[in-house]
Design a protein around this ligand. Structure first.
Ligand code: SF4
Length: 423
């Protein structure tokens, strides 16, 4: 019996508006079955492919795989002049490779159901444009079945398709306990009586207390009771006025700017930034981010030109429209468990949440680069850039990078950065 699809009670819409962004920027791997099916359509003799072969092999000799070929500008070889997929146009939507059909959805097996996450790298997802997500359920159920087959997911003894993420290393819990922690975060995140920045600082206080507590034998209803108590103490421990929060320390600032460089970096496709000038240019950019003065290196070609000094200037509280976009973003990411476990490089629950919370000051920082457009529009643009990396850029999962994020969390820099860039 297939697991059902679950949505969160949050108004999120989506439909593809054929902007072509995903077809210009991603590497799409295909199974042998997909490759053979598309090859049988006769593309190797088709003039529209401009002499390029449809597929190329990639990866080390012991893990070779096929992917869709790219043109020299980085776009998919099947992308047509009007931004449409040629496979879709000529042979129908159903014949496209699964990753192309699935994007921007992220299906996550979370116990007795599939949760539906979303990639806000898609401009239509960030702008909330299209039909409500539940209207895609029929397609999502088909994608879930194909995905389970593609990545060889088999039912475990408890009926789930994947083991739950540990809360932290060595602290394994059941799926219902993971959902208890998710609910605790959602309760704090959805409290509209206070600004989103304080809600996130409270979530971080809860994460900090949960990490420090010795919880090996606290499970089921007792874990629920503990979370209720710690939610209340997170409220007391979190200053209500962001001006009472200490400024980030020097280590926090340096590691944060390094995170900005990483989360804005575009190395592939027509919008690639400093990467187009080679390794030396990237090294110079890294040095300028470490220094943090003067013009900001353009790691992504879509970012406007500005300086570090300009971005540091306070912009005041976010307008309600911008807060609503971000509340939707964090509710979907947390509620769908898209911030840890299988959807985020196998990260433990609280570590994954701390990385997600780091995206808040990152989004505010990047949105400050857009000075000439309304702030909600700037937030949407920042979301498409920053969320492109979250859960997908493998550099985020390297030991060195995780150590850097852990330092930000353990030194208490995350709530400081959130308050600092919310001024
Ligand atoms: S980025 Fe989103 S809207 Fe644009 S083509 Fe891809 S799925 Fe469609």
């Amino acid at each position: 019996m297939p697991l059902p699809i679950h949505h969160l009670p949050v108004l999120q819409n989506w439909d593809c508006h054929v902007c072509g962004t995903c077809c210009q920027e991603y590497v799409v791997t295909v199974t042998d079955e997909e490759r053979k099916r598309i090859e049988a359509q006769g593309w190797d003799r088709d003039a529209d492919l401009g002499g390029h072969v449809p597929f190329v092999r990639q990866g080390p000799p012991w893990a070779r795989e096929w992917r869709l070929n790219h043109r020299p500008d980085g776009s998919c070889v099947f992308l047509g002049d009007k931004g449409r997929c040629r496979i879709h146009e000529r042979f129908g939507y159903e014949t496209k490779p699964l990753p192309c059909r699935l994007f921007p959805f992220v299906l996550i097996p979370t116990g007795d159901h599939w949760s539906v996450g979303l990639r806000y790298a898609c401009p239509s997802a960030a702008a909330n444009k299209g039909r409500p997500l539940p209207e895609h359920d029929q397609a999502l159920a088909e994608f879930a079945a194909r995905l389970a087959e593609r990545v060889h997911l088999k039912p475990l003894p408890d009926g789930s398709l994947a083991p739950p993420p540990p809360l932290q290393p060595g602290q394994n819990v059941s799926w219902p306990d993971v959902h208890r922690c998710v609910q605790a975060l959602l309760t704090l995140l959805r409290n509209r009586r206070e600004p989103l920045e304080r809600r996130l600082r409270k979530c971080l206080a809860l994460a900090d207390q949960m990490r420090k507590a010795k919880l090996k034998h606290v499970q089921d209803a007792r874990l629920g009771d503990l979370l209720t108590v710690l939610q209340k103490s997170a409220d007391t421990a979190t200053p209500d006025n962001l001006m009472k929060v200490a400024a980030p320390g020097w280590i926090g600032r340096i590691l944060f700017r390094q995170a900005v460089a990483l989360f804005t970096r575009k190395d592939h496709g027509p919008k690639r930034g400093e990467a187009r000038h080679g390794a030396i240019a990237r090294l110079k950019a890294a040095w300028r981010f470490a220094r943090g003065t003067g013009p900001i290196p353009r790691m992504h070609d879509g970012l406007p030109e500005t300086t570090f000094e300009e971005v540091e200037k306070p912009r005041g509280p976010l307008p309600l429209e911008a807060e609503a976009i971000l509340e939707r973003y964090y509710t979907i990411k947390v509620g769908s468990v898209q911030f840890c476990g299988a959807a985020c490089f196998g990260m433990p629950f609280w570590e994954g949440f701390e990385l997600l919370a780091l995206t808040y000051p990152l989004l505010l920082w990047v949105s400050r680069m857009y000075r000439d457009i309304p702030r909600e529009e700037a937030i949407m643009k920042a979301l498409t850039i920053v969320d492109d990396h979250f859960g997908f850029n493998r550099i985020l999962a390297t030991q060195r990078q995780r150590a850097s994020f852990r330092t930000l969390a353990r030194q208490g820099e995350l709530p400081r950065l959130i308050a600092w860039y919310s001024r």
